[in-house]
Structure formats: C-alpha cells, structure tokens
Design a protein around this ligand. Sequence first.
Ligand code: PHE
Length: 350
Amino acid sequence: MNDLNTIIENARSAFAQAGTPADLENAKAIFLGKSGRVTELMKGLAALPVDEKKTRGAAINTAKQAIEAALTSRRTELAEAEMQAQLQAESLDVSLPGRRRVAGGLHPVSISSERIEAIFASMGFEVAQGPEIEADWFNFTALNTPQDHPARSMHDTFYVEGGCAAAPNLLRTHTSPVQIRHAVQHVKKYRHLIDAGQAMPEIRVVVPGRCYRVDSDATHSPMFHQVEGLWVGENISFKDLKVIYLDFIQSFFETKDLDIRFRPSFFPFTEPSAEIDIMFGSGPLRGRWLEVSGSGQVHPNVIRNMGLDPERYIGFAFGSGIDRLTMLRYGVDDLRLFFDGDIRFLSQFQ
Ligand code: PHE
C-alpha cells in the first residue's frame, strides 16, 4: 500500500509543478500513460496469486482514481489561471471617463442680435447687412457729414487701403452707412413706380453688425455691435418711432414694465435728433434712465442721397448698441467679458 501512496503523492506534486496544460499532459503520461507507473503496476498483477490479485487490483484502481482526480482538478486550475491571465491581458478599464462632446452655443451678443432681428421681422422689417470696411462716402459724406465736419472727430477709426487719398476707406464707425446702401438698392428697384408718381413700398429695414471706434473701457470696446433701424415712406413720423421702439424694447426685455424717453441730441444725419433712454419699473436697474440708442428723423440731405425727394419722403432712423442691450438684459457690468473668450463666462448663456 505504501508504494501506492507514494505514487499518488508523486503524481500530485508532479501535477502541481506543471505550469501549463502541456506540462500537465506530459506529467499525466508518466503516471497514467501506456508505459506509465500505474499501467506498470497493473501489468505486475498477472504474476500474483488469485486472492492477492483482487485486493491489490482494487487498491491500484483506487490509487488510479485518486491520480485521475488530482489530474482533473489541476486541469481545471490551469484552465482557470489561463482564463484569468487572458482577462487581465485584455481588460478594459471601464471606469475611465469617456471623451465628451462639448455642446457649443451662441455668443450672448449673437443671441441678442438674433432676438432683435426676429422682433423687427415680426413688425415687417427686412434684415440687411453691409461691409465692415466702408467707403468714406457711405460712412460720413452721404450721411450729411462732409470732410472736416466736427462730428467726425467723435468717430475716429482705422483708415485702410482703398478709396482715394482725400477719402480713404475705413472701418465703419456705425451701421448707418447701410441706411444709404440699402435705400439706394431699394430705390433702384422701384424707380419706375417713383418716376410714375406711384407709391413706392416703404423702406423698412434693420441692420445688425460690427462697428469700430477708438474707444476702450468697461462700457466701450474698439469693436462693438450696433443695430440700425430705418423706416422711410411718405407719411412716417417721430410718433411711429416711439411706438415701434417701445414695442421693440418691451419685447426684447420681455416686460411691459419699462418706459422710454427721447432726449434731444445731435446727429448730422437726423433732424431733429434724440437719444433714447429706457427705464425699468422693477428689477435691479429700476428707476434709472439708461441710454440705449441714437435716433432721429432722417435729414433731407440723406433722403436726397438715397435718391428720393425730401419733399415727398420722410422717415426715422435709430442706431442701438447691441452689446449694451445684452449687458442690460443679462446684468453684465463689464463689456470686455463679452470679448475675452472665457468659456466659463460664455457657457452661462446656453
Ligand atoms: N449712428 C449713430 C451713432 O452711432 C446712431 C444713430 C443712428 C443716430 C441713426 C440717429 C439715427 O452714434
């Protein structure tokens, strides 16, 4: 019996030492193979007397079963280890944060600009655009602001190539040049009606866009945004401007608890001219007049430069600061925040 226990122990330790399935199969052959140790013992049975044969045979069989059990358990162990190793090697760290898609959004000034366009569109205004590099004629002269007019000094800007030496092109200082550009196109389109003494469809347009001036502090930046408004027809008055502007400003700020006033002012291209101030009846800005726009009745010389007869055509214009309106709407106190490009600031408007 002792020899059988020894064989079992030897088999177990050989199996334990086998580090791979192939090693294990080799170890198996040593004990259970055709000329393995157990097979040899079986062969030895033949030489034994009958009664011993029985007991010895049974004992060898038990030993064989023990070895087979050890083999099976080691096989399972190795298969398990192999599986674990594979899992380790191919593992995915599912706790790693994924790559996020950042949702972009509109700049607050763009949001305002689109709101303004939508509000005026609902009142029957077209939306037009003009170039940011502008000719002296459109930016100044056509707007009744000839060379050497003192009002030009408040509109200092960059002068660029193009135009002529006496009147080079410039970065436009307001959106008003588009009054002329748009009106001239409009008049060209309806010239036949005008010449036939018939009614021309009214000019009713808003023009949002970038403007440039030598100006820089918490409420002025060298680049800023304006929206120009122009309504010209045969019977348009300051009263219409007041109605339209109040309606616009109340829609923009989503409150009826808001009043406007017209404060006399001067612009070369309007006569009379006025600054438009607004006052909220409630909220953090309650009770203070805040300037938001220039405005006025279009000057006869400007009407003439549009190609129209100032005896017949009359209208109003206004130019409002979009940045300023945006600051008031969102309670932003420094204009420069809009142009720093800080995502922490900008993402608050999404
Ligand atoms: N263009 C003027 C400015 O920028 C504003 C304005 C527009 C005034 C239209 C009157 C009419 O200061």
